[in-house]
Design a protein around this ligand. Sequence first.
Ligand SMILES: NC(=O)c1ccc[n+]([C@@H]2O[C@H](COP(=O)([O-])OP(=O)(O)OC[C@H]3O[C@@H](n4cnc5c(N)ncnc54)[C@H](O)[C@@H]3O)[C@@H](O)[C@H]2O)c1
Length: 391
Amino acid sequence: MHKIGMGLIGPGFVGAHHIDAVRRLGFVDVVAVAASSDASARRKAEALGVPKAYGSFEALIADPDVQVVHNTTPNYLHGAVIMAALARRKHVISDKPLAMTGAEARQLWEAAANAGVVHAVTFNYRGNPLVQHARELVARDEIGPVHFVHGAYLQDWLLEATDFSWRLEPEKGGQSSAIGDIGSHWCDLVQHVLGQRIVEVLADLTTVVETRMKPASSPEAFARGDGAREPFTVRSEDLATVLMRFDGGAKGSMSVGQVCAGHKNDLWFEANGRKASLRWRQEQQNELWIGRRDGANGMLPKDPSLLNEAARPYAHLPGGHQEAWADAFRNVMRDVYAFIASGRRPDEPRPPAFATFEDGYRAAVIVDAILESHRRGGVWTKVDSLIEART
Ligand SMILES: NC(=O)c1ccc[n+]([C@@H]2O[C@H](COP(=O)([O-])OP(=O)(O)OC[C@H]3O[C@@H](n4cnc5c(N)ncnc54)[C@H](O)[C@@H]3O)[C@@H](O)[C@H]2O)c1
């Protein structure tokens, strides 16, 4: 069978998981990695067992064996990497957030659509079987019209003043930190499950750790850096509360923070409908809570024999055999690469876990609106609906 060649730019924390996920598909060849220098690219290629190493992203993109470019660089490089890949008509799978601003995300989405290539953003929580099950329950009206969706995405890896990431530097991470980094996942996830878009937000953002000790060399995410440090004044938020209104009438609220001790990757949401409620929590991702008024509440286990047809292809092990973060990530890659392998055009119908640059744009304009709401003192702010002009 002809294998699809992939090359990855930015082999850091999440890059390694992109490589692991595509290797598990069986029909993708990991051809090359590109890092910020020849030496670091060679080191990463060796550690990851990848044959070719490039010290510049342009060189990787020019490699004729690379058909699909994965972009796992820090946020500020996303635009340049994606535009270079599109110029050579390579398919692009970018990590989130797609871009630094909604305007930049829109440019990337339009450029990708014009290039006629497949474009994807790894909103990987869509790849969980019980997320797809919940989505199907909502779509089939089994919980009734949803009037409230609420939840949180909390972590603690930036709690101490010595914790540091490029995400906190606006020129590298963007104007937003916690919202752009993890709030964007929450927003994409609930819009995906509800089939409703967030159209207005009211936000209160906080910087809990105002001065951090920045290491001389930038550590990868979740790593504790050692060595020399200098004080760094933080201007972006590490904690946020946001109220939201959806176009289908639902109201919502989300709490986002990376300074919440004990919470590691605590993403959860609950949707309350007129017939029933649903709750899914990433850290207990093999269970879906179903709440009822006139019957017993229940906990649905991730068991393929109990899942609806839409969700079954996302589960690979029998009930009681736990599936997790990396499996959902692989499901997203499976959906995208199966689409590429089938030769379908980018505008043809896609499997549900496959988020596109359009979804990346939708998330980016929500981040912009949240920042704007806070800047204006916490007032209701419309999410830019330029998107309507296209669709
Ligand atoms: N989907 C998810 O759940 C998820 C999880 C983590 C990170 N991310 C996203 O992935 C991206 C990377 O995040 P990370 O945590 O892996 O960061 P990281 O700092 O661990 O890795 C980034 C890598 O890019 C490399 N790099 C820097 N400049 C480069 C250049 N000019 N050319 C090539 N490589 C370069 C760095 O050396 C590093 O290896 C971010 O956009 C982040 O938001 C997504």
